[in-house]
Ligand binder design. Structure first.
Ligand code: CA
Ligand code: CA
Length: 212
């Protein structure tokens, strides 16, 4: 009896190790993303995770980022969205950055554009963090260096945050940037200072977060 109990515990221990290892490498549960809850099949993750993107053009799955403590201030708001350069075509315009759809992107023939979100008059959300989601292809178009600015009139700008040397490892990957202190402006502008070497710049989503 004692022998069987030891065997049982040993098997349970090994199973526990395997499960812990699996869930680290290939998360099987659903997870919250900035655009909703995603369900990812373990088989798909395993296949793509083990594939070198530089060899055959497929990419590892994005790592989960928990943004559930935030609410995107641009959701459900009719802001005015503008950019320094138009989209590469009519299907890739700047409004795609704020439509909560990772399959649509702003792709523009400039390595260093700016993007502006103007909240309606009287709306000045208290932003505590922001997030970018990369698009479907072409990592050389991802943002690498930028400044996020805020303004009360769209003319005088103050730097809110600056980032350098940022790398995105996956397509459709979200990266979250937390501000040192909350800021409150009607206008927010992302000024891209460098991408990863492409002639175009692109992202699929930008989110400006307030605390829930
Ligand atoms: Ca959004
Ligand atoms: Ca989009």
């Amino acid at each position: 009896m004692h022998k069987y109990m030891t065997l049982f515990l040993g098997v349970a221990f090994l199973a526990g190790c395997c499960f812990a290892n699996d869930s680290t490498l290939f998360p099987k549960t659903s997870y919250k993303t900035a655009v909703g809850t995603e369900y990812v099949s373990a088989a798909l993750i395993e296949k793509t995770w083990k594939t070198d993107p530089k060899v055959d053009g497929t990419w590892p799955m994005p790592k989960p980022v928990d943004t559930s403590m935030y609410k995107d201030a641009t959701d459900g708001v009719k802001g005015v969205i503008t950019a320094s350069t138009p989209g590469s075509n009519s299907k890739e315009e700047v409004g795609n950055l704020f439509d909560n759809d990772q399959k649509t992107k702003y792709c523009t023939p400039s390595a260093t554009p700016w993007v502006q979100y103007q909240f309606p008059d009287g709306v000045k959300p208290s932003i505590v963090a922001y997030a970018f989601r990369t698009a479907n292809d072409a990592a050389e178009r991802d943002p690498k260096e930028w400044v996020l600015q805020g303004s009360d009139d769209g003319k005088e700008w103050k730097d809110i945050d600056a980032q350098k040397g940022i790398e995105f490892l996956s397509r459709f990957e979200i990266q979250l940037f937390k501000l040192k202190a909350a800021v409150s402006y009607q206008y927010y502008r992302l000024v891209v200072k460098a991408n990863h070497g492409g002639e175009h710049f692109q992202l699929s989503e930008i989110e400006l977060f307030v605390n829930k």
